[in-house]
Design a binder for this molecule. Structure first.
Ligand code: NDP
Ligand code: 2IT
Length: 446
């Protein structure tokens, strides 16, 4: 790491003790942007990097709610409003028992550069709670969401901060959250949250956008190497929103997804995952993958408690959670013939894993670039809400495809400009950083 950046990083460690995921995310960006400082001394002079590493505002609040037994439960809510140089804070909400400030800050930090890369007018933020939706009834989830919004509403708004979904927060939760916002404020302010249902201001393709977008990004990486998805053996981790629509789009482009996973284990289905059955089990029934394997019959097997990254493939698309591909997993994947990785999840590959892929010459698309289709389509939802319009599925999907192609092109062009051809990590970090840094400079010391 560049000497100046190393001192900044030490300061980040000191000021944010114990927040290891945040440290990891900061380090990854600082390791890429050294060469930018040489060309642009004005960034260092204005302390742009120190400013970027410090959230503009961090909100932590109590979320009391009553479960179905009438017992009071207390959770902790977070919203980190990280950077608003490019637009209102924008980023999802995660409901998972592992959520604490360090996770929210890592996600919010990544979001700044990801949103910059999309070229759309959105700043970076993230939020969530340590609430565990697993095993909770729909009414419990509703009461939790209402309590969460009863505090959050005062901090958000169409021009201020616009949340959306992430792990554990899908269309159902967004509906409960938006309903409570509307009730408290007496405003039908559609643009206050994205990922809404189509019947109340949602946008076509937002549900599919992260998975479809990641698949389009990988398609571009494969094209740049003279190949395509056609006939490729693909493994996708997770079985949630991002994973399901990745599997759907990969199959449409001719790839064969042979495995996916959830927190209970993975399913290996050499015939190719049956997306309709997967949606039934995971989205409709909110069940587990062993149920998929039982009903699918044939060759499908459920492997409990093991990592899906032991399954060999040509293309890996991690779409579950952070740090799920270790250095050792990456070595196994490379030995098994993996040529491309597209990160549907945020930071799913450990730094050791990234190093293994890059040294092996694997086309590695980092989350900031590869999964930006979700938030980009959220920005399109905001655009439709602002103009009280709604676009067709086909038009929206084409817009998404164009955005992903453009991000891919800019990552490669920026990597070339800095003498690191084919390095999508450097390309994404530098391009995203420059966009935010230039806006911060223009706005003065705010
Ligand atoms: P979902 O809640 O819809 O699905 C998450 C999936 O990952 C589930 O199958 C879940 O298993 C599994 N999973 C989650 N946490 C763990 C864990 N700690 N260990 C093992 N498995 C786990 O979330 P999304 O699909 O929306 O999000 C997946 C990833 O994509 C996250 O990293 C998120 O930040 C990222 N992302 C999401 C975007 C979006 O638009 N939704 C946009 C960009 C990135 P189980 O079913 O058992 O719970
Ligand atoms: O990580 C992400 O980019 C998201 N969870 C989506 C954020 C959004 O505002 O759509």
């Amino acid at each position: 790491m560049h000497e100046k950046l190393s001192a900044i990083y030490d300061n980040v460690l000191r000021r944010n003790p114990g927040e290891i995921e945040f440290h990891q995310a900061v380090r990854e960006v600082l390791e890429s942007i050294g060469p930018v400082l040489g060309k642009h001394p004005e960034y260092a002079e204005s302390k742009i990097i120190e400013r970027i590493c410090e959230p503009e505002r961090q909100i932590i609040f109590r979320v009391p709610w009553e479960d179905d037994q009438g017992e009071v439960q207390i959770n902790r809510g977070f919203r980190v409003e990280f950077n608003s140089a490019l637009g209102p804070y924008k980023g999802g909400l995660r409901f998972h028992p592992s959520v604490y400030l360090g996770i929210v800050k890592f996600l919010g930090f990544e979001q700044i550069f990801k949103n910059g890369l999309t070229g759309l007018p959105i700043g970076g933020g993230k939020g969530g709670s340590d609430f565990d939706p697993k095993g909770r009834s729909e009414r419990e989830v509703m009461r939790f969401c209402q309590s969460f919004m009863t505090e959050l509403y005062r901090h958000i708004g169409e021009y201020t901060d616009v949340p959306a979904g992430d792990i554990g927060v899908g269309q159902r939760e967004v509906g409960f959250l938006f309903g409570q916002y509307k009730r408290i404020t007496n405003r039908y302010e559609s643009g206050v949250i994205t990922g809404k249902g189509l019947s109340y201001g949602g946008a076509q393709v937002r549900t599919e956008a992260t998975g479809y977008g990641c698949t389009f990004f990988v398609e571009e990486m494969l094209k740049a190497r003279g190949t395509s998805f056609d006939g490729k053996r693909v493994v996708v981790s997770g079985a949630g929103n991002v994973a399901i629509y990745t599997i759907e789009k990969v199959a449409q482009l001719g790839g064969v997804v042979v495995a996916c996973s959830d927190s209970s284990g993975y399913v290996l289905d050499e015939g190719g995952i049956d997306v309709a059955l997967l949606k039934q089990v995971k989205q409709v029934e909110r069940g587990r993958l062993d149920s998929y394997a039982k009903r699918r019959g044939g060759e499908a097997v459920f492997v409990p408690g093991r990592s899906v990254w032991e399954v060999s493939c040509e293309v890996a698309m991690p779409s579950a959670t952070q740090n799920e591909i270790t250095g050792r997993d990456a070595e196994t994947l490379v030995r098994g013939g993996c040529v491309a990785v597209g990160e549907g999840a945020n930071m799913p590959t450990t730094p050791e894993g990234v190093r293994v892929f890059q040294e092996a010459g694997v086309a590695f698309g980092p989350g900031k670039a590869a999964n930006a289709g979700g938030v980009a389509t959220s920005a399109l939802e905001m655009q439709q809400n602002a103009s009280r319009d709604s676009w067709s599925f086909e038009y929206s999907e084409q817009r998404l495809r164009d955005i992903m192609t453009d991000i891919h092109t800019r990552c490669l062009a920026t990597a070339d400009e800095y003498g690191m051809p084919g390095d999508y990590v450097a390309g994404a970090n530098i391009d995203g950083f420059r966009r935010v840094a230039d806006a911060m400079l223009a706005l003065g010391l705010v």
